[in-house]
Write a protein that binds this ligand. Structure first.
Ligand code: GAP
Length: 523
């Protein structure tokens, strides 16, 4: 197979062409940082969400036993996007959820200061120019190197240049000598300013400062503030998890890389509560399971890494964090975060207990001194929390990037090798020609397959165009199997089964299609 490297432009074009992702409000020129999912994208994302829900809440960690030797237990929750404003004061988001922002006065572009890098001639730091570029962005790096070459009037080899972080600049002395990533002149970038990422609105008609509310920047806090209700109204016992999925909003300074950094996105978060002494074991358990899980739905091992955060990278609350990262075409050869697995200690419950005055500790009847009757005296504590926090949009994007394949030796070179579990079209049924009783058999088979597999996606049926074109359309949409009713079917009740990835065909009995597909889809 002759393959060419994956191009993000080609992936985005396919996503638009086949109805996976559209720009939000496109007919009005679009709105930066917002994306809609078309019919295939909406089903792909639903399949991803369902897989997460099934494997994290309904049958957590595939029914495995946790470090305590017992089956892992989790329950679902659905909480509001708008919460009491005090939730966000307690969580630290109102005061501290900031990104440093840099504006360019020449181009009116805005950048995250922590995403900016500078290249300069090593021996000219004191007097020369610095050329800014955006990390993991080959275009701005190439342009910065070109500008530097022109400035010093020679080609710069290795060792002649040095790359610095933007924050390494002496803002007063050196900033006037910086040329922005898209600018021609030096000195047009502003010093970084802190910018709060919370979207806000007002409740009620008066819209005064007292009515100010925030759109949640993460779904996690809804879980912490309902922790006590869940414990009091269900039979859960520590250790257990509460999971939810839903929209979150962040007014990102520089939304970019397609859906990767959006201003509205969907998260799938589990807060797993446990005794402090067992928390490190649970942290390792979830961290390792989440890596396995992403692989199980189709991300190749070599494109995934588990990266343990350095101490200076940890969030204010975190005792330890690892990220599952994927090598997206726009980050390659580097990686971009798909999911963070954080050991949050007892930070959140303690904060909400202090700010709300509600008691959020837990009375554990299985611990403490042994009583004369053999029972336990019990122990009261604030549970520790392990949080696997995944992004469903980044997940869907990683699945699309991983699946995108270009093979110039095929009649229609672009196709999506989506894992059958998440594929939005599960199968297609084609009558070879639109006559001779073939459409009727195709319709019956379509109905039968839909009744069995329709909850996971579409069963397509198509009688138009050449069979090659119909296969190509399904390949591009990531449909794993096509079944064709042809002349042979009329004679011996067999159908052609075509495999998307290999393009090979085999004949199988018409009455075995359902069993075959069930095995292949794992449904
Ligand atoms: N409760 C913890 C939390 O929210 P996070 O690392 O900020 O942690 C979790 O977010 C996941 O949400 C990320 O790993 C990412 O997949 C997704 N995410 C965060 N910001 C995003 C954005 N602006 N656009 C798309 N996905 C985002």
């Amino acid at each position: 197979m002759t393959t060419t490297p994956k191009s993000m432009d080609a992936i985005m074009a396919l996503c638009k062409r086949r109805g996976f992702v559209y720009q939000a409000s496109e007919i009005y020129g679009g709105i930066n940082g917002f994306w809609d999912y078309g019919p295939l994208g909406a089903q792909l994302k639903k399949n991803l969400r369902d897989a997460w829900w099934q494997d994290m809440i309904m049958n957590p960690a595939w029914g495995r036993k946790g470090p305590n030797g017992e089956r892992v237990r989790c329950v679902p929750l659905e909480t509001c996007i708008i919460q009491h404003p005090k939730v966000w004061a307690a969580s630290g988001h109102v005061g501290g959820f900031n990104d440093p922002m840099v504006d360019c006065r020449e181009t009116k572009m805005r950048y995250r200061a922590d995403h900016l890098r500078l290249v300069h001639a090593t021996n000219e730091r004191k007097s020369g120019r610095f050329f800014a570029f955006i990390e993991n962005d080959p275009d701005t790096l190439e342009s910065a190197l070109k500008k530097l070459g022109k400035y010093v009037r020679r080609d710069m080899g290795q060792g002649d240049t040095e790359i610095l972080e933007f924050s390494a600049l002496d803002m007063e002395e050196e900033l006037p000598r910086v040329v922005g990533p898209h600018a021609k002149e030096a000195g047009t970038l502003t010093p970084p300013r802190q910018f709060n990422l919370m979207f806000h609105s007002y409740t009620g008609a008066t819209a005064g400062e007292d009515d100010k509310v925030y759109l949640r920047p993460e779904t996690a806090q809804g879980i912490f503030v309902q922790f006590k209700n869940v414990v009091d109204t269900t039979r859960v016992k520590i250790p257990f998890g509460i999971g939810n999925t839903g929209r979150s909003f962040r007014n990102e300074v520089t939304p970019r890389n397609f859906t990767f950094r959006s201003r509205e996105f969907e998260q799938a978060e589990l807060e797993f509560f446990c005794h402090p002494d067992e928390s490190q074991d649970w942290y390792r358990f979830w961290r390792d399971f989440r890596m396995e899980w992403w692989k199980s739905i189709g991300l190749a091992g070599e494109n995934l890494i588990l990266r343990e955060h350095d101490k200076d990278e940890l969030s204010h609350y975190s005792v330890g964090t690892s990220d599952v990262e994927y090598r997206f075409p726009f980050t390659a050869p580097g990686f971009g975060e798909l999911e963070g697995i954080a050991h949050r200690g007892c930070f959140d419950l303690t904060q909400h207990q202090q700010h709300s005055n509600a008691k959020l500790d837990y009375f554990d009847t299985t611990r403490g001194e042994t009583l004369p009757n053999g029972g336990k005296k019990g122990e009261r504590y604030i549970p520790h929390c392990i949080e696997p926090a995944a992004g469903l949009d980044r997940g869907a994007l990683a699945l699309l990037c991983e699946a995108y394949t270009r093979d110039d030796s095929r009649p229609s070179p672009e196709f999506l090798k989506l894992n059958p579990r998440v594929a939005p079209i599960k199968a297609a049924v084609f009558p070879l020609v639109d006559k001779d009783g073939m459409p009727e058999i195709a319709e019956r088979l379509t109905d039968e397959l839909f009744a069995r597999f329709g909850r996971g996606g579409f069963i397509e049926s198509d009688a138009k165009q050449s069979i090659g074109k119909r296969y190509a359309r399904m390949d591009e949409a990531g449909c794993p199997f096509c079944f064709t009713i042809d002349g042979e079917t009329l004679k011996d009740q067999s159908v052609t089964c075509r495999d998307r990835d290999s393009g090979t065909q085999q004949r199988i009995a018409l009455d075995q299609v359902k069993v075959f597909l069930g095995e292949k889809l794992g449904m």
